[in-house]
Design a protein around this ligand. Structure first.
Ligand code: UFG
Length: 340
């Protein structure tokens, strides 16, 4: 049985991926600082899968701890590196926090992998690396634009760090997965998205507004060059996304990769506007969303959606769940979490 180390494994995408890995028969060890997640996620994972992953709480910025844990965990076959700060806004106001954390942690993980002869890495990247693309949908060969935020920069630089490390001759094969907009929750409603404080992202803002935690959703602008004037994104169910990590891990472990460093877009291939998301949410949940159109949010791009052909054909993975499935699961999670 292969053993996978998941950094950031109690976080939103991390926890869903741990569930899919355990369900697929992998052993899992988690490293998380709990800076942006809760320890009870381990109980929740156990309730879903009947298995409890090993857990190490520490900060990956501490190089010696990272080396030591990878050493202690002798027998790790691959690493999935999720652990990173992810608020676009916060990164603009506190760029060093983002560069220090996101880049140092990645370098420490790679250093620990080299020392402990772990050969395979799956890295969490983002469609943010494309900025506002000139042509849509975006393929993996679309140009990398200057980043809109320090957060986006850390994703671009992280991809570069991995490529440079591999080019230097170390024995590591890596897959970078560029996520579009992950949303939704596990069907059990045991795990889901639980942002600290006021949510930045659309779906938790919608569910918290409908749950009565927030008074009103602000729709940031309806004067974009899109059919209804609101921005378009490719929203992908987090469980579909989690399954792609299992596929990527198997590709590495089975030596099915075509080069030492591969990149895949993970999206549905469909774009939805903010108003379409709200309308779909209302249709599948039978709840109405209290919202108002406000000013644009600075830094938002107008539209982006994925060309996921490479992931479909080469990785053999395809998003299966609909926008409605994802929004209903997000609402079921919010309801259960708030005891509604
Ligand atoms: N939006 C609102 N009101 C809100 C929140 C969001 O109208 O309260 C709108 C935004 O303007 C945008 C859309 O909903 O048009 C999606 O916004 P999100 O904040 O949910 O997602 P983003 O596309 O801005 O950002 C996400 C991730 C980032 C990642 C980025 C890549 O949060 O981590 O996708 O494009 F970098």
């Amino acid at each position: 049985m292969s053993k996978i180390l998941v950094s950031g494994g109690t976080g939103y995408i991390g926890s869903h991926t741990v569930v899919e890995l355990l369900s697929a028969g992998f052993e899992v060890a988690i490293i998380d600082s709990l800076a942006n997640s809760q320890i009870d996620v381990l109980d929740r994972i156990e309730r879903i899968t009947g298995k409890r992953p090993e857990f190490y709480q520490f900060d990956l910025k501490e190089r010696h701890d990272t080396r030591a844990v990878l050493h202690e965990l002798d027998g790790i076959d691959a690493v999935i590196h999720f652990a990173a700060y992810k608020s676009v806004n916060e990164s603009v106001n506190n760029p060093f926090k983002y560069y220090r954390n996101n880049l140092q942690s990645l370098m420490n993980i790679i250093d620990g992998m080299i020392r402990n002869k772990v050969k395979y890495l799956v890295f969490s990247s983002s469609c943010t690396v494309y900025g506002q693309p000139d042509t849509l949908p975006v393929t993996e060969n679309s140009p990398i634009k200057p980043a809109d935020s320090p957060y986006g920069s850390t994703k671009q630089i992280s991809e570069q760090i991995i490529q440079d490390a591999i080019r230097s001759g170390i024995d590591i094969k890596a897959i970078a997965l560029r996520y579009f907009n992950p949303i939704g929750a596990h069907e059990s409603a045991e795990i889901g998205e639980l942002p600290n404080g006021e949510p930045d992202n659309l779906i938790p803002y919608i569910t918290q507004t409908v749950a009565g935690v927030r008074p009103q959703l602000k729709v940031f602008g309806n004067d974009y060059n899109t059919p209804d004037g609101t921005p378009i994104r490719d929203y992908i169910h987090v469980v579909d996304l989690a399954k792609a990590h299992v596929t990527a891990i198997k590709r590495l472990l089975d030596s099915d990769y075509k080069s030492n460093y591969e990149i895949f877009n993970l999206g549905t291939g469909n774009g939805s506007s903010v108003l379409e998301v709200i309308n779909t949410f209302e249709a599948v949940t039978n709840r109405s969303v209290n919202y108002a159109i406000t000013e644009r949010r600075s830094g938002d791009i107008e539209k982006i959606w994925a060309d996921a052909t490479l992931a479909n054909t080469e990785l053999g993975w395809k998003a299966k769940k609909s926008l409605g499935d994802a929004l209903l699961s997000a609402w079921n999670w919010e309801k259960k979490y708030r005891n509604l």
